[in-house]
Write a protein of this length. Structure first.
Ligand code: ADP
Ligand code: MG
Length: 386
């Protein structure tokens, strides 16, 4: 989070840019990182994200003048939103436009506005700055006379990302950014959207998010292929075991009985999802019990499974994970997010973080010739008006 003095300065910046007068409100939405549970969400399974302590700030003021005027300090660009012509412009402001567009299903006659975005969340670093800017915007609509319920904030933000921007992600990002609670991880059933706040009791541990520097380049075709492989595996397992709604519903015992009915590739995909789902449940229990050693172990197993069974890792993710688990004080590390690039999350003793940050960038560069960037974090609070 930013210091008070930095935020005060932004009020002056806002007035310098957009003029004085009127009520200026301030909203905040964090980024997120998933501790464990990847590629479980579209299989109706569990995920365990936390909000990071870095986020997006939105200063907003209703206006009478169309178009709406926007500026983002993060990308140093302005943009316009024409309420009468809400089509994607293929720029950064589409995340905002999409929210404004879908919010009209809840509130007619949204007025134009002036908005300044800023903050300390890195963009395109796998910490979901996209969900963060969407959710901040959806909350900020309150200042335009449109107060959305929390579940509608999630809906509008997700629709903006899926249907306006065109990124086919699951619900985890928007949900966790909206519902996160400081000092807790969010244990979420992606199928039913039931959730539980799990206290983060590992006071001696920090979380380091290391960005491999490989642009995730979410090879949409690969992502879609994994989804359809999971559907095929579910069909075959349902024939053997009786109808199941999703892969996460299949227990380990059932899977072990039926796995030989699957072709080898689908067997690997299903094995990842079914075992990963159980690991997420165990990880939530470890968090509550303060068992960092077992949690670290589960994170390592999760990485191996994503690498060898689900095959969504890449050389750079593997290199950063391997260098990380070799370091003193590291309890576990895994790729986090969809894969094919992006970030590794590392569970590490707090007093070893400095040493880690001194050693790992060089070691990683030696093996990949990429520069990694690191953010140290712990479970922060969810989206809110400040
Ligand atoms: P991630 O969500 O992992 O950070 P994405 O590629 O999904 O990466 O979303 C990043 C994009 O979201 C940026 O390239 C930019 O277009 C937009 N964005 C997010 N936050 C901001 C912001 N504060 N200001 C302007 N654009 C932003
Ligand atoms: Mg994103």
């Amino acid at each position: 989070m930013l210091e008070e003095s930095e935020i005060r300065q932004r009020f002056l910046d806002f007035e310098a840019r957009f003029g004085r007068g009127g009520v200026i409100d301030l909203y905040y939405a964090p980024g997120r990182v998933n501790l464990i549970g990847d590629h479980t969400d579209y299989n109706g399974g569990y995920v365990l994200p936390i909000a990071v302590e870095q986020g997006t700030y939105l200063m907003i003021r209703a206006s009478e003048l169309s178009p709406a005027r926007l500026y983002s300090e993060n990308v140093m660009l302005d943009a316009r939103i024409f309420p009468a012509d809400l089509t994607p412009a293929e720029d950064w402001a589409d995340y905002v436009r999409g929210v404004y567009f879908y919010a009209r299903e809840f509130c007619r006659d949204l007025p134009p506005f002036d908005a300044l975005f800023f903050g300390d969340l890195p963009l395109e670093a796998g910490l979901s700055s996209s969900a963060s800017i969407e959710v901040a915007t959806a909350l900020g609509l309150e200042s335009l006379g449109c107060k959305l319920a929390r579940e509608d904030v999630v809906k509008v933000a997700l629709k903006s990302e899926n249907d306006f921007v065109g990124m086919p992600c699951g619900v985890m990002d928007q949900f966790s950014v909206t519902y996160a609670k400081a000092g807790h991880a969010l244990f979420l059933n992606s199928g039913s959207l039931e959730y539980r706040q799990v206290p983060y009791t590992l006071q001696e541990c920090a979380l380091v998010v290391g960005n491999t520097g490989v642009r995730r380049n979410l090879l949409e075709t690969d992502y879609r292929r994994r989804r359809s492989e999971c559907e095929e595996a579910l069909d075959l397992l349902s024939k053997k075991l009786g109808p199941r709604k999703n892969l996460a519903e299949v227990t380990i015992n059932e899977f072990e009985r039926a796995r030989y009915s699957l072709p080898p590739l689908l067997e690997k995909r299903a094995e990842h999802v079914i075992y990963e789902n159980v690991r997420v449940e165990e990880a939530a229990r470890c968090l509550e019990a303060g068992d960092s050693a077992t949690l670290g172990h589960l994170m390592n197993r999760s990485h191996e499974s994503l690498r060898d069974l689900f095959e969504v890792s890449c050389q750079e993710l593997d290199a950063l994970q391997e260098v990380s688990i070799d370091q003193q004080g590291v309890l576990g590390a895994r790729m986090t997010g969809a894969g094919w690039g992006g970030c590794v999350i590392v569970l590490i003793k707090k007093d070893m973080v400095e040493r880690y940050l001194r050693r790992v960038p060089g070691l990683y560069w030696q093996s990949t010739h990429y520069d990694a960037e690191f953010v140290v974090t712990s479970p922060g609070g969810g989206a809110r008006k400040l």
